[in-house]
Design a binder for this molecule. Structure first.
Ligand SMILES: CC(C)(COP(=O)(O)OP(=O)(O)OC[C@H]1O[C@@H](n2cnc3c(N)ncnc32)[C@H](O)[C@@H]1OP(=O)(O)O)[C@@H](O)C(=O)NCCC(=O)NCCS
Length: 157
């Protein structure tokens, strides 16, 4: 595999959203909320998840990176920074199904962490749904320590 990681460009957005929509069924909080309460405001969870990627890449385009194989985007990572607090958060990460398990996710996390260090940040944060065993396995294997578990609540108004 010849993988190249480069900074996000605005023209990449629709591809990142496509990868997101094929990667996140079963591991999306928005999807779980929709299963309980139905669609909200005329939008399904896919619209919400795709919107997260747009918001993240708009707010912090310099902190988003794509992995390309032979010029095709196969994975991405988005991040957000809190410079005053000294931390960076990995917001979303996805790899196309056929390239999973070959170290692409690990390389993208390493790239984001190197960028955080270059930006002078002191620590990194990441979250996972508790049942996302792949995500949790990956995060522990690159050095993240579990700090606590957050319980999400929602109610219909
Ligand atoms: C999570 C995801 C980004 C991982 O990407 P990937 O390229 O497949 O991951 P890697 O090949 O770099 O895996 C690295 C490590 O992850 C862990 N891992 C991978 N597959 C695993 C599995 N089935 N179960 C448990 N841990 C697993 C292992 O620790 C692995 O290291 P190893 O190969 O040395 O054992 C990818 O599976 C994905 O896009 N999933 C759908 C979207 C998603 O869940 N995103 C993260 C949201 S929290």
């Amino acid at each position: 595999m010849s993988l190249a990681i480069r900074p996000f460009r605005p023209a990449d957005l629709s591809v990142l959203q496509e990868i997101t929509l094929s990667a996140f069924p079963g591991v999306s909080l928005d999807q779980t909320i929709e299963e309980k309460f139905g669609e909200q405001n005329g939008h399904d969870w896919r619209w919400r998840k795709a919107r997260h990627i747009e918001l993240e890449t708009t707010a912090n385009p310099a902190g988003a990176f794509v992995a390309e194989e032979h010029g095709r985007i196969v994975a991405y990572v988005t991040t957000s920074l809190d410079r005053a607090a000294g931390n960076g958060r990995i917001a979303n990460l996805a790899v196309i199904a056929e390239l999973r398990g070959r170290g692409v996710g690990r390389q993208l996390i390493a790239h984001a962490l190197a960028w955080f260090r270059a930006e002078g940040l002191g620590y990194a944060l990441i979250e996972s749904m508790s049942h996302n065993e792949v995500g949790r396995g990956l995060y522990a294997s690159v050095g993240f320590q579990e700090i606590g578990q957050l319980v999400h609540y929602a109610m219909k108004l």
